[in-house]
Design a protein around this ligand. Sequence first.
Ligand code: EAX
Length: 322
Amino acid sequence: MKLGTLAACLSLALGASAFAQTTTLKIGYATTKESHYGVGSTVFCDEVEKGTQGRYKCQHFPNSALGGEREQIEAVQLGTQDLVNTSTGPVGNFVPEVKIVDIPFLFRDYDHARKVMDGPIGQDILAKFPSKGIIALAWTENGFRHMTNSKRDIVKPSDAAGLKMRTMENKVHMDGYRTFGILPTPMAFPELFGALQQGTVDGQENPIPVILSAKFAQVQNHLSLTAHVYSPALLLLSPRVWNKLSDADKKVFVEAARKAGAAQRKKVNEDENNGIAQLEKDGMKVIRKVDGAAFRDALKPAYAGYAKEFGADNIKKISDVQ
Ligand code: EAX
């Protein structure tokens, strides 16, 4: 064997191992590593590491360590952060096509919501991201949102009326919640616990997995299972990373994100099934029988606005999914 050939063989053999670089990706999310976001993110990272033979791995930044969701999305867009597993809360400000899935009482239940996200409507929304400088790998999940507060039981909208409630920085939510009589106060999630503790706001609304992992029972004693809006989530990747991936690696990332979404949804289910009893033990009074019809009824004026903004036919297309 000629020396040159030998060298070529050697570098080929070594190229896959010793000379292969490991890229560490920064992934951020709002809640703990044990929470639904942590579970989904861990599955994503494990699958990517396995599927790229260790060429890519992650460093986790749970508990909003890299900032609020809006800041993290901006960082992903800029490329200073690689990944964020985020609710859609602030996403509509970046990709307006997302806003339609933030409409209150749009989804009947988890089956309906997941079917829409996984079907053509949800997948078409994911396809809108690249033109805004963000890669949406897959839908994950935050869950149906419920109201908590420190003042009183909420059974119907008139009970919620006058309460100062922290909302996400999301106009679709705020427009809807105003019809319940709530005074919406938009705020980034990292500031929320302190605001509840200090009484800057009376209440907030979030899915059970967030209420649990953020330990809101320490600062809120009323929980109403209003399920007034589905809160989808997304695994977003910086184009700076995406554009460097081979086609095979791109497939690995997308497949890993789908598995992450499935695992995250499973954790949401578990928390919905077991978490409410836990919150009761932690001292919350739970209102299970909420007057859903009254909330839907109150929302009607907001729906007129939604129909104007998003098209009544587009909303109907989502409601009609069986
Ligand atoms: O994504 O901001 C919120 O209330 C979100 O639901 C939470 O941070 C998880």
